[in-house]
Ligand binder design. Structure first.
Ligand SMILES: *[C@@H]1O[C@H](CO)[C@@H](O)[C@H](O)[C@H]1NC(C)=O
Ligand SMILES: *[C@@H]1O[C@H](CO)[C@@H](O)[C@H](O)[C@H]1NC(C)=O
Length: 366
């Protein structure tokens, strides 16, 4: 009898400890971040990060057909402009989170079954900072932020403002945007100077980052546009398949201005933290020493047709290379899975001047 009482006391203690452990770990899972990890990653951006939003739009900017996805799980075309995973997938993976679903694929369940997710991806191929960039063909950055705002309202309704704020404050907001605006500017031969044009981008971006902050974003992982003039599509249009110098110089101006903007916001907005990834620096390392990274082809696209495989997009009728790990570019604008993985690794493990002032791993621990 006595021993059985002792036994049940002991069992009670063990059960109590287990329950304590269970509830406290559950609390961390809901609330986020207290156990060291980030609870979620929210992605806004363009085709470098789209995981299927454009599948739900009436647009010509889609990738939900072969040969896209040829190296993805099941060899499936998902809407990613890649042979496999893209930057959004790798960022989530590095954070130990599932790759967040495309907003338009889960829209109807937000507010019902969804409470605190591990993130949502709003990125849309063709998107720009300016609403005019591919207007009507994609979710502009402003539209993506509208959708985040709707999501936030649903979170508050379900879990209250305090929990929603704690969740967002610990989450990473990955931002990959600007290339499409720059392509548009270079193509237009307009009469604004690069400085004026970049000024208009930064003016709009300032409002957009402020909106993200107002919703509750605190940890910004900003990916610079990098040497956009070196994508196969623009190389094809130069004499000896060189990079388009104008596009690269506009991109440099933009990246510099973004970094200044982030520094300014960091000094003005309490708790605003950021990591800026210098894609130009990283891409130059790859393009200058390709074999160090297993690449043998830095200019031509893997999938496409015509000069540099860059005259047309990657479609079921295009040809594609047999070895996707030795190509920097998948199609006329987008990197291969191999390149996206290398860039993301630098984003997480790199140091100044690759990534400034902290890398994304450090940002997530702040
Ligand atoms: C990024 O790195 C390049 C060197 O590759 C440098 O010229 C450029 O100024 C850097 N940009 C920023 C915003 O730090
Ligand atoms: C692809 O190319 C890389 C670099 O040239 C090489 O190391 C690798 O073995 C190749 N893979 C296949 C499947 O041929």
């Amino acid at each position: 009898m006595a021993s059985s009482i002792t036994g049940s006391h002991f069992e009670g203690l063990v059960l109590g400890l287990l329950m304590f452990w269970y509830f406290s770990s559950m609390g961390a899972a809901i609330n986020n971040g207290n156990s060291g990890g980030v609870p979620a990653v929210y992605v806004v951006g363009d085709s470098l990060a789209d995981v299927g939003n454009n599948n739900h739009l009436l647009t010509y900017m889609k990738a939900d057909f072969p040969h896209n996805g040829i190296d993805f799980a099941g060899g499936k075309a998902t809407g990613r402009f890649s042979n496999g995973k893209n930057a959004a997938d790798f960022i989530a993976e590095k954070l130990g989170l599932p790759s967040p679903p495309a907003y338009l694929s889960i829209k109807s369940s937000i507010g019902s079954s969804q409470t605190f997710s591990t993130g949502i991806n709003f990125a849309s191929a063709g998107a720009g900072i300016l609403d005019a960039t591919h207007n009507g063909e994609c979710l502009s950055l402003n539209k993506q932020i509208d959708y985040l705002s709707t999501t936030y309202a649903a979170m508050v309704e379900k879990n209250g403002n305090e929990q929603a704020q704690a969740h967002l404050a610990n989450s990473i907001f990955a931002i990959i945007i600007g290339s499409n605006d720059i392509f548009g500017y270079v193509k237009s031969n307009g009469n604004t100077t690069p400085q004026q044009f970049v000024g208009s981008l930064i003016y709009a971006l300032q409002g957009q980052l402020q909106r993200l902050y107002n919703i509750g974003a605190r940890k910004f992982a900003f990916v610079g546009t990098g040497p956009v003039g070196c994508c196969p599509s623009l190389r094809r249009q130069t004499e000896s398949n060189d990079c388009n110098a104008e596009a690269n110089s506009v991109s440099d101006l933009y990246d510099q201005a973004v970094l200044s903007l982030l520094q300014e916001l960091n000094s003005q907005l309490s708790d605003m933290k950021y990591s800026f990834f210098n894609t130009t620096f990283a891409m130059h390392e790859i393009m200058d020493n390709p074999t160090d990274y297993g690449f043998t082809e830095v200019k031509a696209a893997c999938c496409g047709l015509g000069d540099l495989n860059a005259k047309v997009a990657c479609t079921p009728f295009s040809s594609y290379c047999s070895n996707r790990t030795n190509h920097v570019f998948w199609d006329f604008y987008h990197p291969t899975q191999a390149t996206a993985g290398i860039l993301t690794a630098k984003m997480f493990e790199g140091s100044v001047p690759h990534v400034y002032p902290v890398n994304v791993r450090q940002l997530s621990a702040l």
